[in-house]
Ligand binder design. Structure first.
Ligand code: FAD
Length: 315
């Protein structure tokens, strides 16, 4: 019995969340005295597949000839390759949210999402998971012998190891039920989902015309830009930048929040960030309770100073 891990790629390159899921699977496999098998879908080069070995995968099953945007088809093939798996690991991503529940229903095994640590027991599988938009930690016992776990972003981190993996190619001729003709990134140089740094701003910025400094700061840091919900609702920024409970969930290494109060619905989408820096005039703003670093002050004074200092440091 192995630990099977779903490895998600974007245009043939694995995501950071994938390497985190493999790292987690590896630690879990050590607990169970077994191996990690990785399952990859779509066209991925051997060089890229081999990277999974650096995080603990000992074998990679690489499925090609598939429409990987068709989650039903992916779940069908996944189920056929899961017979030897005792635990199946996913990173919590948009894609895994479509595949993991289908797989759970097909295999009739329990699923726990947003898992934040290794199981405290493996028989029965007992884990801690984020609940209520991250406001509570829930202890979940999975009653089926096998289980599917989806890992909350940044919950475990990347753990590199010295290792190599064998690669087995599987070519499928299974029929797809959905055809995706093409994908086009509509806006932004760096995707929010993959951004290591995000500069985000809220209603404290007073108007769309003031976003120049936010974009300049983001550009200097190689960051993506984001915003609070009301900012997108008013039309100061595009809706695809809206983060939070009803927007995108993000998990960068650094999240800089400028003029955002830190309402629970906003925090729900950003509190998996590794480090949060908050700039706000109101020392009582709720965001300061969640922040790692806080600056009480006017964004219109602080952000230009930050930009100036970063430019100096870069020169
Ligand atoms: C069901 C539901 C779902 C929601 N989902 C989301 C969601 O997904 N994402 C989301 O963001 N919100 C969401 N909201 C809205 C959320 O409750 C807050 O209203 C919203 O996050 C507030 O946005 P804000 O912080 O930009 O604005 P405000 O609450 O108006 O806060 C502005 C902040 O800027 C500060 N400020 C003012 N001037 C300056 C200055 N010059 N320099 C620095 N700081 C300054 C103020 O002190 C204040 O803290 C949701 C609400 C509901 C009911």
């Amino acid at each position: 019995m192995s630990v099977l891990v779903y490895t998600e790629n974007w245009k043939g390159k694995f995501r950071k969340s994938t390497f985190e899921a493999v790292s987690y699977a590896n630690e879990l496999a050590k607990l169970l005295a077994t191996d990690v098998v990785a399952l990859s879908f779509g066209e991925v080069s051997d060089e890229e597949l081999n990277k999974l070995g650096n995080y603990g995968a000992s074998k990679v099953l690489s499925v090609s000839g598939i429409n990987k945007g068709d989650s039903q088809q992916v779940a069908n093939i996944f189920a056929k390759n899961a017979a030897d798996a005792s635990i199946i690991i996913f990173a919590s991503t948009y894609t895994s949210k479509m595949i993991a529940p289908r797989l759970s229903a097909k295999l009739k095994i329990g699923i726990a999402s947003n898992v934040i640590s290794l199981p405290s027991s493996t028989s029965p599988i007992t884990i801690s998971r984020k609940a209520f938009s991250g406001k509570a930690i829930e202890k979940t016992i999975i009653k089926t012998e096998k289980a599917i776990l989806t890992l909350a972003p940044n919950a475990f981190g990347l753990v590199e190891c010295v290792g190599s993996c064998s690669i087995e190619k599987i070519n499928t001729s299974e029929n797809a039920s959905v055809l995706i003709e093409g994908e086009e990134i509509t806006r932004g140089k760096i995707s929010l989902a993959e951004a290591e740094i995000i500069v985000s701003a809220g209603r404290g910025l007073k108007g769309a015309e003031n976003w120049g400094m936010v974009e300049e700061l983001a550009e200097l840091l190689g960051a993506a830009t984001a915003c609070s919900k009301p900012v997108a609702d008013i039309g100061w920024r595009p809706h695809e930048e809206h983060v939070g409970q009803t927007g995108k969930a993000v998990a960068p290494n650094l999240y800089i929040a400028i003029g955002i109060s830190g309402a629970i619905q906003h925090l729900a989408g950003v509190n998996s960030s590794k480090v949060m820096v908050v700039i706000n005039t109101d020392a009582e703003a709720p965001f300061f309770k969640a922040a790692d670093y806080g600056i009480v002050g006017d964004a219109f004074q602080i952000v230009p100073k930050l930009i100036e200092e970063i430019k100096k440091a870069k020169n």
